[in-house]
Design a protein around this ligand. Structure first.
Ligand code: MEV
Length: 451
């Protein structure tokens, strides 16, 4: 075995050849690499795919993955669940979520049920306008260049529109040009913003293409030199918002009969995350547990969402909670979440991944705005679930049962062993892998004795 990271011509090889090569250089067995997908890399015909889809066997196959990225050797599975109880703008919605963290789907479904006691979520969103950036350096006269670019606005917009006729036909396309001066470590520069309505696409490709096409005109108009031409992931013009009001009585339990105590605890948690970036990062991570899970299920770019969310959370100069929770005059809980959400319902992995297609079918959304509004509702619900738990019994109670199942699985438990072992781990208050492995061994020995 020669360990190397040099794999010349790897991208030109077939999936089978790539796997053999990876086996050679890593010392893994070819069986281990064959287990990377269920179809062993055999090319599945279109008819085969159709049959599979009709039989409900929608899955991303390695032959499709091979078209999606370079150097593909397999597909990676994650649990796909459905969150229940969501009422969004009076419509019942089932939410597909892809996530490996055990408690996320259960928690969000519980919070959506709480929200439904106040009538569910009400949502809104802006037009899906993204920002493309063109960086211009060595500009001889920044004021004159700014004027020239703004005066040529209509021509620049028309030229940008020519790059995306189908988006323009749907009412989208270039909507504006803005110019900013930046004073930086390498001197002053002009930053041109192209405002671009992506309609139901996420829009990255369309905007990057438009920025590249405009670069030569911008150089002519400014007399400067263009460097970067790329969209901004701080898409603060393309935002979605969800609001909820939950009656305090919905939070009452046998342990905490006065729901207002819980409302106060949640409002105090909000104040903490507003004031302290250390807490805000965790608070926002909880929101993104939900948002990302829907993004992955629908084939959307969750890294873009994360980048936009965190940048937006720091928009006033301090990193803060993305949500707002406060007590209403009646003592009930009001919650709102507004955040940038660049998601698409067409193109990209949404179309190429058959599982994402099924998830879109479960959601039954007609536009990218509708999808973003569902995602922001899920983020708000996920945050509510976390804050309610943290402000009452703590997060570990609910987590542990699910965590114990994962530990049992990791220890090699199968079938009904998983529940038996996880129950035992919880009753012993000893949810550790070593203990789970002991229990698996004990059970296997006692099964063998009975044979
Ligand atoms: C865990 O994935 C998410 C939480 O930490 C979020 C929060 O603390 O608000 C529970």
């Amino acid at each position: 075995m020669i360990r190397t990271s040099r794999l010349p011509g790897f991208y030109q090889k077939t999936v089978q050849e790539r796997r053999r090569l990876i086996a050679d250089v890593t010392g893994l067995s070819s069986e281990q690499l064959e287990s990377l997908d269920t179809r062993n890399g055999k090319t599945v015909s279109l008819a085969g795919k159709l049959r599979a889809a009709l039989n409900g066997e929608a899955a991303l196959t390695v032959d499709v993955a091979d078209y999606m990225i370079e150097n593909a050797i397999g597909v990676f599975g994650l649990p796909l669940g459905v969150a229940a109880n969501f009422i969004i703008n009076e419509r019942p919605v089932l939410v597909p979520m892809v996530v490996e963290e055990p408690s996320v789907v259960a928690a969000v479904s519980f919070a959506a049920k709480l929200a439904s006691e106040g009538g569910g979520f009400r949502t809104s969103s802006t037009e899906p306008v993204m920002i493309g950036q063109i960086q211009v350096l060595d500009v001889p006269n920044i004021e004159a260049a700014t004027e020239a670019i703004l005066a040529a606005r209509a021509d620049l917009i028309a030229k940008a529109d020519m790059t995306s006729p189908s988006i323009v036909r749907r009412g989208g396309g270039a909507k504006g040009i803005e110019v900013r001066r930046l004073d930086t470590a390498v001197g002053p520069m002009l930053i041109v913003h192209l405002l671009f309505d992506a309609r139901d696409a996420m829009g990255a490709n369309a905007i990057n293409t438009a920025c590249e096409v405009l670069a030569a005109d911008i150089e002519c108009l400014s007399g400067g030199r263009v460097n970067l031409r790329i969209l901004s992931n701080l898409n603060d013009r393309r935002r979605a918002r969800a609001e909820v009001i939950i009656p305090a009585s919905a939070f009452a339990t046998s342990n905490i009969p006065d729901g207002r105590t819980v409302v106060r605890g949640i409002v105090e948690a909000q104040a903490f995350a507003h004031a302290d970036p250390y807490r805000a990062a965790t608070h926002n991570k909880g929101i993104l547990n939900g948002v990302d899970a829907v993004a992955i299920a629908t084939g959307n770019d969750w890294r873009a969402i994360e980048a936009g969310a965190h940048a937006y959370a720091a928009r006033d100069g301090q990193y803060r909670a993305l949500t707002d929770w406060h007590e209403t005059e009646d003592g009930d809980l009001f919650g709102a979440l507004e955040m940038p959400l660049a998601v698409g319902t067409v193109g990209g992995a949404t179309k190429s991944n058959p599982v994402a297609q099924v998830c879109m079918g479960i959601l039954d959304v007609q536009s990218s705005r509708e999808l973003a509004e569902i995602m922001v509702s899920v983020g708000l619900a996920q945050n509510l679930a976390a804050l309610r738990a943290l402000a009452t019994e703590g997060i570990q109670n609910g987590h542990m049962a699910l965590h114990a199942r994962q530990i049992a699985l990791a220890a090699g438990a199968t079938g009904d062993m998983v529940d038996r072992i996880s129950t035992q781990l919880i009753s012993e208050k000893n949810i550790r892998l070593e203990r789970a492995q002991e229990l698996v061994d004990q059970m296997l020995w006692s099964m063998a004795d009975r044979l």
